[in-house]
Write a protein that binds this ligand. Structure first.
Ligand SMILES: Cc1cc2nc3c(=O)[nH]c(=O)nc-3n(C[C@H](O)[C@H](O)[C@H](O)COP(=O)(O)OP(=O)(O)OC[C@H]3O[C@@H](n4cnc5c(N)ncnc54)[C@H](O)[C@@H]3O)c2cc1C
Length: 286
């Protein structure tokens, strides 16, 4: 089916983008890679009169790292560019892994991390990684700039706390605690291309005290950080006991649905299995 008609704009500056968004209001949609947007337009699920392509804005192509400020990923950075970064691979393992298992190389050549979170699918692969890495979503609008912690960004299926006229300039991720490791395990029906049946990201650091975070995709209306896991690892008990407790809290906190990919029961089971698996691996339990 052909796409419905729309006007196309390609601003060169952030100021140009802000004024286009202010001028077109609810009729406008931002285009990054288009791998979600054009599917939605083809299926007539969204009908923007105006599409604003942000790939011509040089400032949004920033992918940089700084010892003090951490990692900055601009809104026009593709997933393949992210995967190609040694810093991302070495220091932000969960994010590198999530980007590497999202769709396939051709999609990743166009798709962006920011498009993945703005689309706000419960199955967004990069979201659990950003949740355990505590990313901040940098937002610009006619009224100025603000940062939304990623844990406050998702509010429902395909819904975020972005307001009309606002766009995401990029995501900033602080440097993880010294010695921290993180990973993302995606469980799907096939390798590649398919959305996750369940995805689990975790971050673990051990500098005398243990610090652990766990977040999941495809198990609730939004990607979910399970905040109780941090308390479990601050508390007493053997590592084995705490991993078991964390897995059982995860299963209690999630509310998966049955759909074409898997039943609710299977998702509940696999969320526990993957939580145990990723925590054992990161905490060095054989
Ligand atoms: C075959 C196929 C397989 C896929 N597999 C997966 C998968 O395994 N896992 C997964 O998570 N996803 C998957 N996807 C979905 C998609 O590829 C990702 O969500 C991708 O990261 C979207 O990025 P994009 O740059 O293409 O976003 P776009 O399609 O350009 O935009 C997505 C949405 O975000 C908005 N948007 C984009 N940038 C901004 C911004 N800077 N500020 C505000 N709003 C913005 C757009 O208006 C649109 O509503 C798949 C898609 C296809 C077609």
């Amino acid at each position: 089916m052909p796409l419905p008609e729309f006007s196309y704009f390609r601003p060169k500056t952030i100021e140009g983008l802000v004024s286009l968004l202010a001028g077109h209001g609810a009729d406008a949609k931002i285009l990054a890679g288009g791998t979600d947007l054009f599917v939605l337009m083809r299926d007539r699920l969204v009908r923007p009169k105006c599409v604003i392509d942000i790939k011509g804005i040089e400032e949004l192509r920033e992918l940089s790292w700084d010892k003090g400020r951490g990692l900055m990923i601009g809104a026009a950075v593709t997933l393949n560019e992210l995967i190609g970064s040694e810093i991302v691979e070495q220091r932000f393992g969960a994010l590198w892994k999530a980007a590497s298992v999202l769709a396939d190389p051709t999609i990743r050549n166009r798709a962006t991390l920011v498009g993945n979170i703005c689309n706000a699918s419960p199955a967004a692969d990069t979201a659990p990684a950003l949740l355990v890495l505590d990313g901040g979503v940098e937002v610009v609008g006619a009224r100025g700039e603000r940062t939304i912690p990623i844990r406050d960004f998702f509010v429902g299926v395909k819904r975020t706390t972005l307001e009309r006229g606002e766009f995401v300039r990029g995501v900033r991720i602080p440097n993880p605690p010294e010695g921290a490791k993180s990973d993302y395990l995606k469980w799907g029906r096939t390798r590649g291309e398919d959305l996750a049946v369940v995805g689990v990201a975790a971050l673990a650091a051990d500098s005398g005290k243990k610090f652990v975070r766990v977040a999941l995709s495809s198990v609730a209306p939004t990607p979910l950080l399970i905040s109780e896991v941090e308390d479990i690892f601050r508390g007493e008990g053997s590592i084995e006991e705490r991993i078991e407790k964390a897995a059982s809290v995860v299963v209690q906190r999630i509310s998966p649905i049955s759909d074409v990919r898997a039943s609710r029961e299977y998702r509940l089971h696999m969320a526990g299995v993957l939580t145990r698996r990723v925590l054992r691996q990161l905490l060095g339990v054989s």
